[in-house]
Design a protein around this ligand. Sequence first.
Ligand SMILES: Cc1ncc(COP(=O)(O)O)c(C=O)c1O
Length: 380
Amino acid sequence: MNHLFDVYPLYDIEPVKAEGSYLWDKQGTRYTDLYGGHAVISVGHAHPYYVEKLTQQLRAISFYSNSVQIPLQEELAEKLGTLSGYPDYRLFLCNSGAEANENALKLASFHNGRTKVIAFTKSFHGRTAGAVAVTDNPSIVAPVNYKEHVTFLPFNDAAAAEAGITDEVCAVIVEGIQGVGGIQVCSDEFLQTLRRKCDETGAVLILDSVQCGYGRTGRFFSHQFSGIHPDLMTMAKGMGNGFPIGGVLIAPKFKASYGLLGTTFGGNHLACAAGVAVLDIMKEENLIENAARMGEYLMQGIREIGGYKELRGRGLMIGIEYDFPVKDLRNKLLFEHKLFTGVAGANTIRLLPSLALGQAEADAFLEALQVCLNVEVKGA
Ligand SMILES: Cc1ncc(COP(=O)(O)O)c(C=O)c1O
């Protein structure tokens, strides 16, 4: 009998060791990781500095509640503010992406007292009550998840946003690049329209940066290409390189008060040690620049191979859409070429590797893709 509640379709692979952009299974077979376990592995598996920082912290103190001084939280907030270009924003720490969005929505509503939320088609913001209500996937929204306050507008449609964001709106929540929705990049014009309309109406602009954030796109946050400044930014995934941690970056205009937000585990010593180690490594190894460079290298290689319908993304957040279902292609990459990739929808291969991806790993993917696509085309 399976004792686990069976909600995940699993590959018959059991990784037992990982290093950099590689994983090894029980049999000792090596896999190249182009997916980072859903964009989580940001600085590479088992990075020595990260392992050392977490080990030291575990030996010293791993947890005490948010009722005592935890200077690591301040260190994380300060380093995050500096590296991300938001030094005057404050940080609220939590444990996951959904929780970060949940808190951002609450904060918006506390701030302006309103209830209506604008989200966009194909959005994904997580599975907790508030986050799933703004997610455009009815199959994961339970009847108990109240969603009558949410309006979905067409993604990347500036005119619809212009008309739909009124002075009754509490918050607008958008991913700078939709991840689950298929690596759909917000246009600069769209983001600038959202910013302007939120300013005009008093709505709060939330940039869900859980997947497109944390240096992946070649900027710290993907919206930074457009020049706008959101009111709230949510983060998780790459923030702890596998250690669960999430956060909300909060513009100075929001007022904090004791008890307004809270969590038992958020901001614990171990999570903060992981978060600080990630930022130190990103800075020390220039990983944001590496993500931009290796992203362009991969994109160029994919363009040369061709055979796709559309290539989308920025930096190391890449979607390759084909005009056929990619299940077989992904399986071939995994089982024949020992490469982990992801998908979005039926026809898009999704790449979300570590920001430290090297050329050898990128070349391994490109060579495998070339071989698989030749087979695909011949076999079609
Ligand atoms: C854009 C976005 N927001 C929120 C989430 C939810 O994050 P978590 O699974 O950590 O709750 C995800 C997860 O895939 C995501 O991609």
